[in-house]
Structure formats: structure tokens, C-alpha cells
Design a binder for this molecule. Structure first.
Ligand SMILES: [Zn+2]
Length: 411
């Protein structure tokens, strides 16, 4: 008798989609009615399992199958989505975890050697308040309380107010950290959200960690001057330097095997008849290796100074945000690769560009790894997000193998 039924996970996913999506995609935005509906639906799915469930002080929902030891394997996901989101982002992890709980429960007659806990993190997406990874960063202790306390949604409602409505006291959310007390390992499955596995023609990948990010605003300061009367050789054109940066980030990214994005550009005075006096661009740089990330930043700074002096401009930099790369646990990456190879015969190791709850758990010191399944269009946060059904079944199978290996790895 096979205990694991990956087809059941696909059926569960479709059921959740029917319940919480409309013609524009998934609508399970955290702290809303639809989100509570999705959580209620999930709790119903647990009815036949001998599990304990509770919501922690940060709004994360925990499902525990107690084992002989309290040392626990954690499996994470998030049932919340962005507005008009995809049907797999976040809930695939959770529902694959549910299938693993069913399998572990039958295989070990209700009592596995170690405890297995499934966590549905609160507000992973940050769609409403602009702060991603809320529940997991509260739990890991990295949440910046002063920043989070004053976040407002588009209707002006503050985060603490919205939390109060679902029975969460904002000032206490970090006490959820006690949930990690017996955590021995954390695993998370996720749709890739990018095209790497798709381009390689592979269904599954072992994730090495999440990119570190350097995010800066760069401002070039020149001089406004009449567009008709100022000869080309007399201009201090702030836009020209910014434009040169636009081209320069491509070789910088290539040399350091990272990614760089200039996502916004604004000019002053910003009128058609004036040379640009001030041009502000934003630069987002990401790499898994911290020294490569540092050299991408250094090279961008050097380039901006070079273009500045070529154009007789001053340059200033402001750091907008920064996070260190988070590397996953080596042993667990190895086990993840084994699980994938046993399931499909081939595995690819890759970093994650987006941040995930797993990064927060790893930052809290819990050995962590993630598995990615191919994204059909390489696109996420969109209703067209999809994965082939056969790949969904494969990922449940491989993720379950990883769970079993991780259980044996815990000592
Ligand atoms: Zn997600």
C-alpha cells in the first residue's frame, strides 16, 4: 500500500483554488475574510489526523503531530497570496506538508520518532502593509518593531489595528519565537517563481540559500540649462551619467554572476526644454555570495564616480535597504539533492532570488533547506502562474523523501 498520495495534494490545491480564487487569480490576502476562510478550510482537512493545532502570538498557525521526541522537523508554507495571485505560491508548500503529515501518521501509527510540525506563516506576502515575511520574521526575532508599528494599508489602517482584529497583540508578536524551541530542521517547498528550472528542462531543484540584497539610490547632481542655448560641450547633464549606469550594470552583473536592476529614474527639473540638473536612480543588486555582492556594489560606486567626473557632476549614494545572503544547511542541501535525484534522476542546485520564510528560520539558527519545483512560465504573483500536474506530483514525492531523510538526520 502506498501511503503518500501526491494526486491528493493536486486535488486539495484545486479545491482551495475553487474556494478562494476568482477570474483574476488567488485572493487570499493576509488578515482578510478570504484568508480566514482558507485557514478554516485547511483546519477541516486535519480532522482525521491526531494533531494539535494552535495559532501563535504572531498569527502563525501551527499543526503538530507529536513524536516520541519533542525535537521537531518543521515544514513551512503560507496560505496567503498577493491580490490576483497564483494558485501555487505558498499553499503548495503547505498542502504538500499536509500530505507528508498524512504519510508520516500512517507509517508510524500516529507516533513518529520525532515530532513533525507544519507551520502556515502569517502574511508572507506583505501585500497589504508592504512588509513581507511578517510572521516568520516575528518568530525569528528580526522584525523591526518600530518600522512595522507605523505601517498602514491603503485605507490608512495601521498594522497593529489589523492584527487586533484577528486577535493578535502587535507588541507581543516576537514572543512567537518560543515556537522554534525544539526545532531541529526546517524544510520548505516552493514554486520557483523564475525560469531557471524551466530553461534547464528540469522539474526540481535544491536551493542553496537566498540572495543578499544591496539597494541604493544614486543621485547625480549637474546643472539645469536651456536646451537651445547651451552647447553640447558646456553641459553638466545628470541624466547622461544615469544613462551610462543603465548600460554599465550589465557587465557588472555578468562579472560577478549576480543580478542588478535600475528600477526607477526621476529627473529635475524634468521638463522638455532643460538639461537635467538632478537625476536619481535606484539600484538593486543581488548575489548569494557576500564578497561577490560587495564587489558588485564597489564596481557600481566606481562607475558612478567615473561617469560623474566625465560629466562634471557630483554623485551621492543613499542606502535604501540591505540584507545579507542566507545560506542553507549543507547537510540538508545534500539530502534535498538526494531526494530529488531518487525521484527524478537529475537535480540542479540554485540560489533563490526572492526571499522566503525559510530565510528567516535559517537566520534564527535552525538548519534549513528549500526545494523548488519548476514554474511553467517562470512567472509568479500572477494568475497565469502554473506548474505541470506531473511536476506537482513529482515535487510532493521528492519533498516527502526529503522529509523522511531529514527525520533520520535529526539526532
Ligand atoms: Zn511564497
Amino acid at each position: 500500500m502506498t501511503l503518500l498520495a501526491p494526486k491528493r495534494t493536486v486535488a486539495d490545491l484545486k479545491e482551495l483554488r475553487n474556494l478562494t480564487s476568482d477570474e483574476n487569480g488567488a485572493q487570499r490576502i493576509a488578515f482578510t475574510e478570504k484568508w480566514l476562510l482558507a485557514r478554516g478550510w485547511f483546519r477541516d482537512k486535519l480532522k482525521d489526523l491526531p494533531v494539535e493545532t494552535h495559532t501563535d502570538v504572531a498569527g502563525n498557525s501551527w499543526t503538530t503531530l507529536h513524536g516520541k521526541s519533542e525535537r521537531a522537523l518543521l515544514i513551512g508554507g503560507h496560505i496567503d497570496s498577493v491580490p490576483n495571485g497564483g494558485w501555487l505560491d505558498g499553499c503548495l508548500n503547505l498542502l504538500a506538508g499536509l500530505e507528508i503529515l498524512r504519510r508520516v501518521n500512517s507509517q508510524y501509527g500516529g507516533q513518529p520518532p520525532f515530532t513533525v510540525r507544519l507551520v502556515d506563516w502569517a502574511d508572507e506576502e506583505g501585500a497589504r502593509f508592504g512588509k513581507s515575511l511578517f510572521g516568520s520574521s516575528a518568530c525569528s526575532g528580526t522584525l523591526n518593531m518600530d518600522e512595522a508599528r507605523v505601517l498602514r494599508d491603503k485605507d490608512g489602517i495601521e498594522l497593529p489595528q489589523a492584527l487586533k482584529k484577528i486577535g493578535v497583540d502587535f507588541e507581543k508578536v516576537k514572543e512567537s519565537g518560543t515556537e522554534l524551541k525544539n526545532a531541529a530542521a526546517y524544510i520548505e517547498l516552493h514554486i520557483e517563481q523564475g525560469p531557471v528550472l524551466l530553461d534547464l528542462g528540469l522539474p526540481l531543484g535544491a536551493v542553496l540559500g537566498t540572495f543578499g540584497v544591496e539597494r541604493h539610490a544614486i543621485t547625480f547632481h549637474g546643472q539645469a540649462a536651456h536646451s537651445g542655448s547651451t552647447p553640447m560641450n558646456r553641459r553638466k547633464d545628470a541624466f547622461l551619467a544615469a544613462a551610462k549606469m543603465g548600460a554599465e550594470i550589465y557587465p557588472i552583473a555578468a562579472r560577478n554572476r549576480g543580478v542588478c536592476t535600475i528600477g526607477s529614474c526621476s529627473t529635475k527639473p524634468g521638463i522638455v526644454t532643460s538639461v537635467v540638473e538632478e537625476c536619481r536612480i535606484t539600484l538593486d543588486q543581488r548575489q548569494l555570495d557576500s564578497s561577490a555582492l560587495a564587489s558588485m556594489l564597489r564596481e557600481a560606486k566606481e562607475a558612478s564616480e567615473r561617469f560623474g567626473s566625465e560629466g562634471n557632476l557630483k554623485v551621492s549614494w543613499d542606502r535604501l535597504w540591505q540584507i545579507e545572503p542566507v545560506l542553507f544547511n549543507r547537510d540538508l542541501i545534500g539530502l534535498c539533492e538526494e531526494a530529488i535525484t531518487e525521484t527524478y534522476g537529475k537535480c540542479h542546485r540554485l540560489p533563490s532570488g526572492p526571499l522566503h520564510d525559510a530565510a528567516e528560520v535559517a537566520r534564527a539558527g535552525v538548519p534549513t533547506v528549500m526545494m523548488f519545483v519548476q514554474s511553467l512560465h517562470g512567472i509568479s504573483h500572477n494568475k497565469i502562474e502554473d506548474t505541470k500536474e506531473e511536476h506537482l506530483e513529482l515535487c510532493v514525492e521528492a519533498f516527502d523523501k526529503l522529509a523522511e531523510k531529514a527525520l533520520r538526520w535529526i539526532k
